[in-house]
Design a protein around this ligand. Structure first.
Ligand SMILES: O=c1ccn([C@H]2C[C@H](O)[C@@H](COP(=O)(O)OP(=O)(O)OP(=O)(O)O)O2)c(=O)[nH]1
Ligand SMILES: [Mg+2]
Length: 144
């Protein structure tokens, strides 16, 4: 499937890094180095604008390497890009480590997964179908 994209990033288009990867890495498109302090969050631009087909979304997810090695995550993970959004794709990074983290133009800061989604309507009712789980949750299975 082809998706329309405008690339103002100055970098190559996002690509799958391996044959069967689910996500494409997103690069920072910034004019100067960013210094993300501990617990600081920042909306980092990518210079990319996409036109998703109706029925699709894009999810902006953290990269596990950055998360593990540097505590870099995404505040609203997974970020949701709606099919009718025409603005610049941005990544809401947060530094969960206790040291500064520097981001340079072109660094791969996140990954994006394109996914199908349903659009539903509600059927208001008074009762829901019974199940053995019922209202149990939050670790209730396996208890005596
Ligand atoms: O990580 C993200 C999340 C969102 N967006 C863009 C695309 C998305 O379609 C739009 C709105 O996102 P969302 O619905 O998560 O934010 P909101 O706070 O509900 O804003 P709005 O009232 O504009 O929907 O912002 C991004 O660029 N990056
Ligand atoms: Mg919204």
């Amino acid at each position: 499937m082809e998706i329309k994209i405008i690339n103002k990033s100055g970098h190559a288009l996002p690509q799958y890094e391996t044959a069967h990867a689910a996500g494409m890495d997103l690069r920072a498109s910034v004019s100067e180095e960013i210094n993300l302090k501990p617990l600081q969050r920042m909306l980092v631009p990518t210079g990319l604008y996409i036109e998703l087909p109706v029925g699709y979304e894009a999810q902006i997810r953290p990269r596990s390497g950055l998360a593990y090695k540097h505590g870099i995550s995404i505040v609203n993970s997974p970020g949701t890009i709606d099919a009718d959004y025409r603005g610049e794709l941005k990544v809401l990074l947060v530094n969960l480590s206790d040291t500064d983290f520097k981001i340079n133009n072109g660094d791969r800061i996140a990954q994006m997964v394109i996914a199908k989604h349903e659009t539903v309507s509600w059927q208001p009712v008074e009762e829901l179908t019974e199940t053995s789980r019922g209202e149990g949750g939050y670790g209730h299975t396996g208890k005596a």
